[in-house]
Write a protein that binds this ligand. Structure first.
Ligand SMILES: Nc1ncnc2c1ncn2[C@@H]1O[C@H](COP(=O)(O)OP(=O)(O)OP(=O)(O)O)[C@@H](O)[C@H]1O
Length: 332
């Protein structure tokens, strides 16, 4: 592993052979094992961009210029996410039982609750992994209930996914290059066009530049040619977030992004989240570490037994009798 990132694609052709498997993995119901929305339809993209001799058309000044635009940031406006009366039943188990809440634009909102409260199922219903039994999910005012994960991702609402086995066998750069064809946001394309071929640039080139910028933003560019499976737990988390950011989303859902991450990388990851948030991105964060939630989220939603028990600032939540009771004396 070299510290100086090699911007050529040194990954051999075999590295891309599992892409079809990765794409198929998206259909797996268990989100934790599934590849993220970023892989959909990406097979040709990788095949087309990873051949030997396919050197990136580097233009340092353009890349520097582009880096200033990362992240390019979404427009601000009304609450981007609204969940209304969400219900999800699995047979006789009611995992989510009428949850309703809003996430404000540009906020870092925490979603907490005791084990089994319904947080992950809510995430899965919002992002299309599960179809809700009842209720509605609105994104930017649009009803997205029941849409497929890739359709929701295309609208700018993405989540992080654990790096699946197939993706672990690919390099870090390839993982980012798996952003879906035609799904790179227009602002992402604009961000890499200044000075390049008079403004006419192929999406493939934009995708590569975007991948490098994103790696640099997360400070994992030195790992570009490393197989994802060789990364530490914390580096993987950075990669997972980098992959989510590749499509220039407006809102990112983070499901325990700090699990197993050492304090140094945890700080780096949170710093990046705050940077992105300052640029207008909206985050909804599920995290068991209360200190992380209380120190970083300006708003906290507490779920209990499938519905929303309380909402407020960290201090309000910490002192809410109902919340204290729900956690049965656990430290808040
Ligand atoms: N696929 C499923 N089939 C049956 N029951 C499920 C399924 N997924 C979740 N549940 C149940 O739904 C309830 C809510 O689970 P969920 O994972 O959403 O809670 P959570 O708040 O994310 O919990 P944790 O913090 O422990 O991850 C639990 O009782 C769980 O056992």
């Amino acid at each position: 592993m070299s510290d100086a990132p090699d911007r050529s694609d040194s990954g051999d052709a075999n590295d891309a052979t599992d892409v079809d498997d990765a794409s198929e993995a998206v259909d797996v119901a268990d989100a934790n094992d599934a590849a993220g929305p970023g892989e959909l339809g990406a097979a040709e993209t990788v095949a087309a961009t990873d051949g030997p001799g396919d050197e990136p058309e580097s233009n340092d000044s353009a890349v520097e210029e582009a880096a200033k635009h990362i992240p390019s940031g979404p427009p601000s406006g009304t609450p981007p996410l609204r969940v209304e009366g969400l219900v999800k039943r699995f047979g006789g188990v009611t995992a989510v039982d009428g949850a309703s809440f809003e996430v404000e634009s540009g906020s870092l909102t925490g979603l907490i609750g005791p084990n089994g409260a319904g947080k992950s199922t809510t995430f899965n219903c919002i992002t299309g992994v599960h179809e809700p039994t009842a209720g509605k999910v609105y994104f930017e005012g649009e009803d997205i209930t029941g849409l497929k994960p890739y359709q929701i991702a295309r609208k700018g609402l993405v989540r992080t996914f654990q790096i699946a086995r197939e993706l672990a066998e690919m390099t870090v750069l390839e993982n980012l290059m798996l952003a879906p064809q035609g799904q790179l946001g227009e602002s992402a394309i604009r961000a890499v066009t200044p000075g390049l071929r008079g403004g006419v640039v192929e999406e493939e080139t934009a995708l590569r530049e975007r991948a490098w910028e994103t790696l640099e933003f997360f400070e994992i560019d030195h790992l570009a040619h490393e197989h994802a499976g060789n990364l530490s737990g914390g580096q993987r988390k950075l990669l997972e977030m980098a992959r989510a950011l590749m499509t220039d989303p407006e809102m990112v859902l983070l499901d325990e992004p700090l699990a197993g991450v050492n304090p140094t990388l945890e700080e780096k990851l949170l710093d990046r989240v705050h940077d992105l948030r300052a640029d207008g991105y909206t985050f909804l964060l599920v995290e068991h570490d209360m200190d992380v939630i209380m120190n970083n989220c300006e708003r906290v939603i507490v779920m209990h037994q499938g519905s929303v028990l309380a909402e407020g600032t960290g201090d309000e939540i910490r002192n809410d009798e109902r919340v204290i009771e729900a956690y049965l004396g656990e430290d808040l």
